[in-house]
Design a protein around this ligand. Structure first.
Ligand code: 1HE
Length: 260
């Protein structure tokens, strides 16, 4: 399996963690059409062994966003289709087969932040910075950012980022919810991999519920959300694996929750 500007590798005894690296470092991992389509195809073709994934970027930056060199020739109709192409690709990330952990460093800007926000967990190192330079480039987000980013940080903060070009550093990014983890410089990948290995040990139906049901429940009116939650809970707990895990705890064979 080869993918333009992406490297795919596997970790774990059962190849249960997919490690995906954007390898367009010379262009700061800017996302051109070929790369966006590669991301889509890779997530569609992940082998059945895979239970979790990590995505990171080669070089000093996670991703510089849309490849601006491809922007100039597009008319309005092509612009709609182009944005929809991004939507489809990032939908495969968010609602793909497994949880995805993004390992962030350096620039996480524009479409790079849109990609990161389609992932389920973001781990940032101290070099990370976040921006939405679309505002200053005379354009708008087009990769799902206006849907996903306000759900992380709120409409007001995203508006500010785009109106003023505000850049968030790593600490402030973690504080406002752009990343769930902040680690020392150079350690984002290792932390993301450790989390992915841990996630890969969860019952598959639990991971499925968290990636596919939870974001939808969160969008539902409360009354419908409670009903969907009940259905999802019943499906998850009826799996033989869930029963075995609960039995293991009751028989003292499973780890207790440790104080943080
Ligand atoms: C690029 C891109 C790009 C770098 N498209 N070629 N995104 C932006 O507006 C961010 C634009 N990029 C930057 O601000 C900087 O490049 C960085 C802060 C990310 C990195 O700076 P630096 O000094 O390490 O690298 P550089 O010298 O600026 O760039 C190295 C090369 O990458 C250079 O090409 P070269 O041929 O002269 O070597 C750059 O032109 C190229 N490069 N970023 C094309 N983005 C679905 S809609 C989403 C809308 C958006 O994402 S808009 C935001 C776009």
């Amino acid at each position: 399996m080869t993918y333009t500007d992406l490297h795919l590798d596997f970790q774990g005894d059962a190849r249960e963690v997919a490690v995906i690296r954007i390898t367009r470092g010379a262009k700061r991992n800017a996302l051109n059409d070929g790369l966006v389509l590669s991301i889509r195809r890779l997530f569609e073709e992940l082998p059945d062994t895979v239970r979790a994934a990590v995505i990171d970027g080669e070089g000093d930056h996670f991703c510089a966003g849309l490849d601006l060199s491809e922007l100039s020739e597009r008319d309005a109709a092509q612009g709609v289709l182009h944005s929809r192409m991004w939507h489809t690709a990032l939908e495969r990330v968010q609602y793909g087969p497994v949880p995805v952990v993004a390992a962030l460093h350096g620039a996480v800007v524009g479409g790079g932040l849109e990609l990161a926000s389609a992932c389920h967990i973001r781990v940032a190192d101290e070099t990370t910075f976040y921006a939405l330079p679309e505002g200053s480039r005379g354009i708008f987000v087009g990769g799902g950012g206006s849907v996903r980013i306000p759900r992380l940080i709120g409409v007001a903060r995203m508006t500010d980022m785009m109106l003023t070009g505000r850049v968030y550093n790593a600490q402030d990014g973690e504080r406002i919810g752009l990343a769930q983890y902040l680690v020392p410089t150079g350690q984002a990948f290792d932390k993301a991999l450790a989390l992915a290995r841990q996630i890969a040990q969860n019952a598959p139906m639990t991971n499925y519920a968290l990636t596919h049901a939870l974001p939808r429940i969160a969008e539902q009116p409360a009354d419908q959300g409670f009903m969907t939650e009940a259905l999802m809970a019943a499906i998850a707990q009826s799996a033989p694996e869930a029963k075995a895990r609960v039995r293991a705890f009751l028989e003292g064979r499973a780890a207790k929750v440790q104080k943080a």
